[in-house]
Design a protein around this ligand. Structure first.
Ligand SMILES: Nc1ncnc2c1ncn2[C@@H]1O[C@H](COP(=O)(O)OP(=O)(O)O)[C@@H](O)[C@H]1O
Ligand SMILES: [Mg+2]
Length: 290
């Protein structure tokens, strides 16, 4: 937990919650390993498996998984390769397209001077970030420049994609189980960093699970989530973010290979709707370490 990314604080919360849950679930020895902002860390001698609760760069991009693998220590979640593919939207988007997973039309930009070919409204994002950091919705031409500047300040590659109106959904996967679909009700339909982490009674988002959707659309959302997971070669766990257009098409935005894991996060809420307590969810993820 921890690490160098903009999601360090969230990761520290995920890690502390997971450690407590694993102890509660009966795992006899649990050590909390904090990765410093300079990426240094020390894993205790004799460690049998690592539960990776590291969002953003260094964890979600597969770096730490590669290091653990080369040391022969099993870890939770996806391999280094699949993690890197999932984390970088410039790689996940073409993977979705090739696999027939519905995703919004997009364009990759390598400088703010390149012309944007997609009609407005669009969403601009840096290709390797999370928690909506650096993400802007662009409804008017004069918002494009500032949006690109924000994205390029965080990554040399920016993704521009068609804005999909409609509902915000997310679908968790743990091993062979596709969890109940969850609908997010964010104030003003703006699911940004603040609404992601504030409590629902203080401007945060509401989680509706199972999502109130017609049966066929609900099933389709679970199907595209599984397809996205498989197309990227993910394993263990993941959470697929979706925008459901008013005509009922689920567009996959991204797959989070290390989703938020505090007891109040989205994945634990979906697990509870499936009848798994939070400690049980954590234990299942740990048991899928490889
Ligand atoms: N194409 C889109 N249409 C509408 N909203 C979008 C689109 N892309 C992103 N968003 C909004 O921005 C949020 C963050 O985008 P996402 O692609 O999931 O990146 P992050 O890795 O930062 O979570 C989404 O949850 C959604 O609310
Ligand atoms: Mg997201």
């Amino acid at each position: 937990m921890g690490g160098p990314s903009s999601e360090r604080e969230v990761s520290l919360r995920s890690g502390a919650n997971v450690a407590a849950a694993l102890r509660e679930a009966g795992v006899p020895v649990v050590h909390e390993v904090e990765i410093a902002p300079d990426c240094s860390y020390a894993i205790p001698e004799g460690t049998q498996a690592c539960f990776v609760a590291l969002h953003g760069r260094f964890g979600e991009d597969g770096t730490v998984q590669g290091q653990l693998r080369s040391r022969g220590i099993p870890h939770t979640g996806s391999s280094a390769e699949a993690s890197a593919r999932a984390f970088d939207k410039s790689r996940s988007k073409p993977t979705f397209v090739a696999a027939g997973v519905p995703t919004a039309p997009y364009q990759l930009l390598r400088s703010a001077e390149e012309p944007v070919a997609l009609p407005l409204p669009v969403v601009v994002k840096p290709v390797r970030q999370g928690s909506s950091v650096g993400v802007s919705r662009v409804f008017a031409a004069d918002q494009l420049g500032p949006a690109l500047a924000k994205a390029f300040a965080l990554d040399p590659v920016a993704l521009v994609e068609t804005f999909i109106p409609g509902r915000e959904l997310t679908v968790g996967i743990v091993g062979d189980t596709v969890l109940p679909v969850l609908q997010i009700e964010a104030p003003g339909d703006n699911y940004d960093y603040t609404t992601k982490y504030a409590p629902a009674n203080a401007g945060g988002a509401l989680h509706l699970v199972p999502a109130p959707l017609p049966e066929a659309i609900y099933a389709r959302c679970q199907e595209v989530a599984r397809a996205a997971f498989e197309a990227l070669g993910c394993a263990g766990m993941g959470r697929v973010d979706i925008r459901l257009s008013p005509d009922g098409i689920p567009y996959v935005l991204e797959l989070n290979n290390i989703p938020g894991l505090t007891s109040l996060s989205l994945l634990p809420d979906m697990a509870r709707a499936a009848g798994w307590s939070y400690p049980e969810l954590c234990l299942r993820i740990l048991n899928l370490a490889h």
